[in-house]
Design a protein around this ligand. Sequence first.
Ligand SMILES: NC(=O)c1ccc[n+]([C@@H]2O[C@H](COP(=O)([O-])OP(=O)(O)OC[C@H]3O[C@@H](n4cnc5c(N)ncnc54)[C@H](O)[C@@H]3O)[C@@H](O)[C@H]2O)c1
Length: 348
Amino acid sequence: MITVAVIGCGYWGPNLIRNFVQFPGVRMKTAVDLNLERLRHIAQLYPGVHTTTQADDVFQDPEIDAIMIATPVTTHHPLARKGLMAGKHILVEKPMAASTAEAQELVQLATDRDLVLMAGHTFLYTAAVNKIKELISSGELGHIYYISTTRVNLGLFQEDINVVWDLAPHDISILNYVLGSEPETVAAQGQAYIQSDIEDVAFLHLTYPGDIIAHTHVSWLNPDKIRRITVVGSKKMLVYDDVSTTEKIRVYDKGVTVQPHYDTFGEFQLSYRFGDIYTPRLDDNEPLKNECQHFVHCIQRGERARSDGHSGLAVVHVIEKACESIRRNGEQLPLRSTGELTKRGAGQ
Ligand SMILES: NC(=O)c1ccc[n+]([C@@H]2O[C@H](COP(=O)([O-])OP(=O)(O)OC[C@H]3O[C@@H](n4cnc5c(N)ncnc54)[C@H](O)[C@@H]3O)[C@@H](O)[C@H]2O)c1
């Protein structure tokens, strides 16, 4: 039996509580929020769950093994830090922390104490993203040329973080996961049109090993909701449309090949291939349920999580540098790998 607590019962926290209440072998003991209204709401839904405004209650409770943190980003590090210091396994919502230095410290604490630290990169637990990873690693798409991602809609404007911190963690975590690598550079441009100094639109340009480029467009200022990822490979291409309910992934047997031999420009020929388009079948399990089950599994087996602290750190580092690039008018900045960032003594 694993006993858990959730800190933060706003929009997202109750989804975590709903899942943990249903898991056999898990006791969802305590819900924490500073807002009494939110706690009353949880108490009504789940009378068996103890509620408190004091996060220290769960850090000091010897019965609690693991804590999920679904509070605003700036509170992630102080809460996760206290939890790890108290010997608790921690799942922190995305982005794992508000800076590279904060994320580095959390990874170090979890490593030193042999605790599970997991970042809430929910998309890594979707059937669609795992299918994309499978199609890339099996070689079906060929050599990957580039990936473009679009995550835009109208709202929800945040007051404490810009659109890069809010939305891009999803895309960066997906890109790193499906490519099995981390970007080497980032360049970004963004603008704060509605709220002063809080960018509501941004374009990120990333380079990955193997000449792969990735482009990410995030915005709270767009007329329609688009959640789309296009992967272009040398053999096939795919489009992942997360808004679609029936055809989330379409694989296109399309491509272009240069004829191997030519002597003059007149003989230069490209051959275009327009083959079949197919839609792979995907399981429709709730991604958050998969994520929560994975967290429990990793605690029980002492395994490293798919979206472990290193993956949380990698994402935070890219976001931090992307924001720095925005301030420097789109300058391309080098990124450090998580290997470098987690070497003992590796400062900012
Ligand atoms: N994985 C996902 O797909 C996903 C989706 C939505 C939100 N999130 C993440 O979840 C986190 C919370 O987002 P949200 O939309 O639920 O925000 P929210 O503002 O709706 O809720 C945050 C809650 O935390 C409480 N809180 C703030 N500081 C606290 C503290 N020190 N101790 C206890 N409670 C505290 C607030 O009172 C509020 O009820 C964010 O990091 C966000 O990025 C993740």
